[in-house]
Design a binder for this molecule. Structure first.
Ligand code: NAD
Ligand code: TYD
Length: 375
């Protein structure tokens, strides 16, 4: 085991093992879990470019929180964490998560998302098989996945439901689909109590500014071009991250092992509408002379860019009573405010690695036209 273990404190309460808890959704989940339950959290995170311990700074000294820096692909480490901390649940967020990076460098996606998920499933299975009675009954493995495994929709197609056939189009989506199939197989073959959630695009505090919403907020604030891919009419369904965290808590609490649950925000928006809404919010909260919409620049499209994602979240509403609480407009306003109010966090995540990525992804991308030149 060549990981760094930073044991902040330990307690004897019930504990869950979270992977990727220093990333965007994972850190929101850890904070909300500790606020909403009496359990402790063991967070296993490799701290790649996307992992940021500052997201969890408020937990320093908290007896209910333990952080371990390490790799989900390391079977000895994963086995020892199960053995020593005896989680009643594993909530698996750790992944390479950015589609554009998966197009440039797909290998890391296969390693972490496929091999890493396999390693975690296998070590969790060995641990679970050694449990007895009530402990064995109670154990859950929740695999966090994405709507991108279902492929792309046309404008009039019905939204993705849990029985929509898988048709992943990017290396990211394909690697997540592979991990979903492994999760499914572990239930089917070993009867291990695995649950899978497939969620739409999240947004909110702590999102790394390589993704659409934080990238546009920060570029708008700094008067930089706002690079919209293609014609800007690709559609995503957006979910405020706290709603995703609440859905995961609910699935852990009441979900049926072996089942998949689609999670969505009922908020389909074209990218260009998201970007103009951000421009208007930044204008309102940090006014400058000229409207930020002037910064919108249409650039060469992402290869294989999925046209539309939409989620049918009727199953989780019907069976578990979960619905999103946040409307897109209010969630976006909260998100813009959060980035404006946390300049230090922003400064810290924009390391050399971040700047290199921006140069690599956008420098070669040909500008097609600015908003002002569109008819
Ligand atoms: P993120 O990229 O912000 O965070 C990923 C975290 O995983 C980071 O903290 C990183 O350090 C950690 N990690 C990466 N490789 C690791 C490894 N080998 N071992 C241990 N830790 C490792 O991702 P996110 O946006 O928070 O997404 C979390 C999960 O939710 C992912 O599985 C993703 O596929 C899924 N998801 C994300 C979205 C979204 O909109 N962001 C939507 C649906 C599903
Ligand atoms: P992204 O946040 O990367 O999420 P995903 O690809 O997983 O949906 O992108 C959201 C949408 O925004 C997607 O259609 C691609 C588009 N996009 C841009 O137009 N410009 C950008 O600079 C980025 C990062 C994304």
């Amino acid at each position: 085991m060549n990981s760094t273990q930073i044991i902040l404190k330990s307690s004897t309460r019930d504990l869950i093992l979270v992977t990727g808890g220093a990333g965007f959704i994972g850190s929101n989940f850890v904070l909300s879990w500790l606020k909403n339950t009496g359990d402790s959290v063991l967070n296993l995170d490799l701290l790649t470019y996307a992992g940021n311990p500052a997201n969890l700074a408020e937990l320093e000294g908290d007896a209910c929180y333990t952080f371990v820096r390490g790799d989900i692909c390391d079977p000895e480490l994963v086995a020892s964490l199960h053995r020593e901390h005896r989680p009643w649940a594993v909530v698996h967020f750790a992944a390479e998560s950015h589609v554009d990076r998966s197009i440039v460098s797909p290998e890391a996606f296969v390693r972490t998302n496929v091999l890493g998920t396999f390693t975690l499933l296998e070590q969790a299975r060995l641990y679970w098989m050694g449990l007895n009675g009530a402990e064995r009954e109670r154990f859950r493995f929740l695999h966090v996945s994405t709507d991108e495994v279902y492929g792309t929709l046309g404008a009039g197609d019905p939204a993705f439901c849990e029985t929509t056939p898988y048709a992943p189009n990017s290396p990211y989506a394909a690697s997540k689909a592979g991990s979903d199939h492994l999760a499914r197989a572990y239930f089917h073959t070993y009867k291990m109590p695995v649950l899978t959630t497939n969620c739409s695009n999240n947004y909110g505090p702590f999102q790394f500014p390589e993704k659409l919403i934080p990238l546009m907020i920060l570029n708008a604030l700094e008067g930089k071009p706002l690079p919209v891919y293609g014609d800007g009419k690709n559609v995503r369904d957006w979910l405020f991250v706290e709603d995703h965290c609440a859905a995961i808590r609910r699935v852990l609490e009441a979900g049926k092992p072996g089942e998949c649950y689609n999670i969505g925000g009922n908020s389909e928006r074209a990218n260009i509408d998201v970007v103009t809404a951000i421009c208007d919010l930044v204008d309102e909260l940090r006014p400058v002379g000229a409207p930020r919409r002037r910064l919108i620049t249409f650039v060469e499209d992402r290869p294989g860019h999925d046209r539309r994602y939409a989620i049918d979240a009727a199953k989780i509403a019907r069976e578990l009573g979960w619905k999103p609480a946040e409307k897109f407009e209010s969630g976006l306003r909260k998100t813009v405010r959060w980035y404006l109010e946390h300049p230090e966090w922003v400064e810290n995540v924009r390391t050399g690695a971040y700047r290199e990525w921006i140069a690599q992804n956008y420098a070669e991308r040909r500008e097609v036209h600015g908003l002002g030149t569109r008819d």
